[in-house]
Design a protein. Sequence first.
Length: 442
Amino acid sequence: MARKSISRSLCNLARFAVLIVILLAMICSLARANVSATLGGGNIGRNLRKAELQFKALRTVGAGMCRIPVSPGDYGLDTRQPHPERLDELILLTHRYGIEPIVLFEYYTRWHPKLNGHEQWFTIGQACAQRFQPNSDWLKSKGIRDWGIRYYSAINEPTWKSNNPTPIPAEDYAAALEGLADGVHAVNGDLKVNPGGWIEGSLRRGEHVYSKAVAPLFNKGKLCAIGIHRYWDVDYIPMKDRYDWSLQSQFEEVKRKAGITADVAFYSDEMNVKKREITEDEAARDFLTALWDGLGVVGEKGQRVTEFVMPWNLFNLTTKDKNYGLCSQLDPWTPVARGRVVQLVCELTKGMDFVSCDPKGKGEFVLEGTGRKLWVWQNRKAWTNHSGTTFTIRDIPSGATKIEVYGWDGLSQTIKLDDGRSCEIQHLSPGETYMFLASTCR
């Protein structure tokens, strides 16, 4: 009898352990299932008064990430003495607003001729990661758990000649990034290190000296994600009737030409549609396509690999930045049409995660979560293999009573449903992106 009792107890413990594992997996899944949390903006610096206005703007938008640039003086490029503590108040403010920060270590030869090497960047990465990684001693001393900086990047746009009039030697560039990665990973191997974003134009011109230099670091798993800056332009980086400028296409091209064989991730911490020779409404129409282009990049096996997307610039006023500013007022945040597009995507995707991505064929994405299902269709020639004026939705969740049709300018149609699992949406305009929302929530 004692043996049977022990056996039953062990079985019950095993079942309990399995239940705990399942519950933890569900919690982790829910934590990830929020596409809006992977949208954000930058730059946010150590001026706390300005930073608070920017965090309030992110909260209004519904976005969950921000980019924090760190100057060479603060990370100790010249003195060899990093000062991560100078970011303390900003990091605490970031946490207070529920925003996840990524760190960008800025470097330009215009101001700092010496990049220094592996050892110096190891020290930089180690110091910052020790202080700000999730559950670091410092964060726990402030009562903060399970939150911190997970992403580190360095050396923004290395081919940008206005800030790098003296080219950065490729071997120095690779040594610095390897040192940063080794220093960060010496603290926590789960933290992620990326090169700062690469400029679309230089990549297109075949300037792959820097991507080739760090290809071995990607292939060894030291670097996580390729970052591409994308500023669509009606003439120079066109979207109409062609797909070759898409982030998906350029992501694949960079990997191929640089020799990056690892199935790496993707990010863009600068993207926008330039309002040049087009109206704000036309820019907003294209901006919705651009956002989903960035959000839905897939890897070798067709899996979504986008880590985050940050439009530039959510905080710039159109009176001062007519091409890229996304608001007319910062306090309170008052968006122009492109800013409203970001806000709409955040609203519709909150609590949702991707369940399928087909950017290169159908040009469709499907997301689910919180009792809702969203279909996205890039209804543009060359962006989908079935552009037109109708779209058929299948596998509608049981209990859904209507489909809401959204474009760049918001809700355009509401279609009542019967008990069927499919629905044909009509009267759509070719040349723009649509989002179709089914909800089972009452």
